[in-house]
Structure formats: structure tokens, C-alpha cells
Design a protein around this ligand. Sequence first.
Ligand SMILES: [Zn+2]
Ligand SMILES: [Zn+2]
Length: 109
Amino acid sequence: MPSRTYAEQKILRGLTPHTLAHVSQLLEVAPLLRLSSGRRTAQRNREVGGSPRSWHLRGRAVDLIGPEWDLTRAAGEAWALRVGHHCTGPEEVLLEYLGGPRQHLHVAW
Ligand SMILES: [Zn+2]
Ligand SMILES: [Zn+2]
């Protein structure tokens, strides 16, 4: 994986092994994207207005930021990519706008 910031490495360490495998694969095909969120505590999830049943609470979701074209392409890749024979693909792939023009890609596995 290309160089990742300390904050991104911390996000990667909080993920389940299966989700980590998916995120690593996705970042290889979309290396310009940056991780902005991963596992959240219940308190943090409330603060950011996350769903009470968010996959972030289980370390199974990440949010990615970056150029809009790369986010859109990565959304398509996320639906298609699999890790291992028993993998059924992602649970959620959402391009979201959190106020303002900036977009992020949420993917849960
Ligand atoms: Zn999978
Ligand atoms: Zn998210």
C-alpha cells in the first residue's frame, strides 16, 4: 500500500481482518483516495450523527475522500471486488455529501 498518514494507519488498525483486506485492495486500485473514518466508538458515532446500527461501530466501514472522479470509480470497483472465495462483496457503497461540495465514499463490508 502506498504511504499512508499516521491517522490512516490508525484507521486501518481498527478494522476487522476481512474489512482490512477489502480496504487494502480498494486503495491499490484507487491510490489517490484517503481514509477519513473507520471504526467509531458509540459516542463518536452519535457525535457525527451516524446511524445507531452503523457498520462503523463494528470496524466494518470506512469513509474515503479524494478527487470526485476517483471516488466515483472506486464506488464501482468496491461493488465488483472480492477477497477470497466466500466473499459476497460489500454491504453498503454510498457516495455521500456531508454539507458543502465535498463528497465522500462510505463502504461497509
Ligand atoms: Zn468480502
Ligand atoms: Zn461512513
